[in-house]
Design a protein around this ligand. Structure first.
Ligand SMILES: Cc1cc2nc3c(=O)[nH]c(=O)nc-3n(C[C@H](O)[C@H](O)[C@H](O)COP(=O)(O)O)c2cc1C
Length: 184
């Protein structure tokens, strides 16, 4: 088994999405002790914006396709994912590799692998929130991985992290419990 672990927060060791993504990888490793882990820190070592030349360099899409499980640390930045993470997503959406267009429309080619997203944010964007429609982070990642054919997609969420220390510690604790209970 191969696990691809990706972080994208710029907040270093303080980052909640890093803590949750690491816990999810450790949970996978506990269930699959033989697993190999490849780690990419897009916060510390960002990829450049996509260029035309990148579209024919398949190193990152091949790395993604070689993984059985992908764990993403994905904070909300300005209502969506960090540009660090977007630069990686841009490199794994490759026609003929992870999706294709046929006469009856697009279809994903990257099914058969598990994706776990550690999703963090400062505010609240649930259905009862007046700004629920601003939530373009999980919604985008669901659309993106759905387009690639990934059906085994799980979110571990920690919301309201900017709403005071009590709320933050409750949200982190609940998310860590959710990681513990992941079926991997
Ligand atoms: C550049 C930047 C932009 C942010 N934009 C939002 C936002 O639009 N909505 C929100 O709820 N929180 C926002 N936040 C707060 C983060 O989502 C929150 O701090 C979260 O914990 C970040 O994950 P991390 O702890 O893994 O870095 C932003 C934080 C940063 C640094």
């Amino acid at each position: 088994m191969k696990i691809l672990h990706i972080d994208s927060s710029i907040s270093g060791p303080e980052s909640v999405s890093r803590k949750l993504s690491l816990a999810a990888v450790e949970k996978l490793q506990a269930e699959h002790p033989e697993a190999d882990v490849v780690y990419r820190d897009l916060g510390a070592e960002p990829l450049p914006h996509l260029s035309l030349a990148d579209l024919s360099d398949h190193q990152l899409v091949d790395e993604f396709l070689s993984a059985d499980a992908i764990v993403l640390g994905a904070p909300m930045y300005n209502f969506t994912v960090p540009t660090n993470l977007k630069a990686w997503l841009d490199r794994i959406a490759i026609a003929g590799k992870t999706f294709q267009y046929a006469a009856n429309g697009p279809s994903g080619l990257a099914g058969g692998r598990k994706v776990i997203v550690a999703s963090t944010r400062g505010g609240f964007y649930g259905p009862e929130s007046p700004i629920t429609s601003y939530e373009l982070q999980d919604r985008y990642l669901k659309t993106f991985f759905g387009f690639l054919g990934v059906t085994d997609l799980t979110f571990v969420n920690a919301e309201g992290l900017g709403m005071g220390p009590e709320q933050k510690s409750r949200a982190v604790q609940d998310a860590m419990t959710a990681v513990e209970n992941l079926a991997v």
